[in-house]
Every structure is written in structure tokens, then in C-alpha cells.
Write a new protein. Structure first.
Length: 153
């Protein structure tokens, strides 16, 4: 990508226009002891969808987390979350296009990275707040390379 292409992305041209929690599920065994939790297993994915005409991008972000108690709890606590963000990108036509002969959208990597970063970081804060007072209160989404999230599943 040339410098001119990289300079097309302007953070001030991106806005979150809608946010929804589609699923927030927590399953905790009755005898679960949070002080026995030594860690968490996490699996997440991000799927981006585009409406080029209206300059909108939909980010579907899912997170599944399971506690790790090293056998000290009879069963582990589990959480599943599905968050949706709708972004308006004022210059989307410069960062993504749909060639007529193709079934795919060609996306400038800088836009994918930015949307992945914004979605993941915002979801981290939302989950921190949602999980207070629960068996997953110590869980924090780990810091990751946002490019890996784009290629996860």
C-alpha cells in the first residue's frame, strides 16, 4: 500500500452510530468458588459486513470465556457474549470497494485494523462493566494484535 493510500484513513471520519448487546449469557455452577479461578480460556471472532452505498460497516463481535480452576471447582463458569457495532465511515468509498466481477469487497488494511482495534477495545470496556459482581469479574479481554482478530475464523 502506498503512503497515499495509508493517509486516506482519518479517525475523525469514523463514528459508532449504533451498538447492541445481542447475547449476554453467564452460566455459573451453584457451588462455584471464584477464589479458585486461576485463569480464563477465551475464544473470540469478528465479522465485518459492509453497506457501501450508505457508508456503513457492521462489526459482529463474539466472545466465549471459560474459567480455569484446575479441578478445584466441580464445573467451570462460562460466558458467551455477542456485540454488534454499526460504524459510519464518511470516506468509505476510498477505503473499500466492490469490483463488479467479484463477490468480495476489497478493503484497505488500515481500515480493517482500525475497526478491529476500536471494536475490540470498546468491547473490553463493556465486558469489564458487565462482568462486575459475577463469577467472571476478574476476566479482562487480553491485549492482542487486531490483525489476528480479523483472520480468526
Amino acid at each position: 500500500m502506498s503512503n497515499n493510500t495509508a493517509n486516506l484513513f482519518k479517525p475523525e471520519k469514523v463514528a459508532i452510530v449504533e451498538f447492541k448487546i445481542l447475547n449476554s449469557r453467564l452460566e455459573v455452577p451453584e457451588d462455584f468458588e471464584t477464589n479458585e479461578v486461576t485463569g480464563h480460556r477465551v475464544d473470540n471472532s469478528l465479522l465485518l459486513s459492509f453497506n457501501l452505498e450508505e457508508k456503513l460497516v457492521k462489526a459482529n463481535f463474539t466472545v466465549n470465556v471459560v474459567t480455569e480452576s484446575n479441578g478445584k471447582n466441580s464445573a467451570e463458569a462460562e460466558g458467551a457474549f455477542h456485540l454488534v457495532f454499526i460504524y459510519r465511515i464518511d470516506n468509505l468509498e476510498q477505503l473499500a470497494n466492490h469490483p463488479p466481477e467479484s463477490d468480495t469487497i476489497l478493503l484497505q488494511p488500515v481500515l480493517g485494523n482500525a475497526l478491529s482495534s476500536i471494536t475490540y477495545a470498546t468491547a473490553r470496556g463493556i465486558l469489564l462493566a458487565q462482568l462486575q459482581g459475577t463469577a467472571l469479574h476478574k476476566f479482562v479481554l487480553p491485549i492482542i494484535d487486531p490483525n489476528k482478530l480479523l483472520h480468526n475464523k
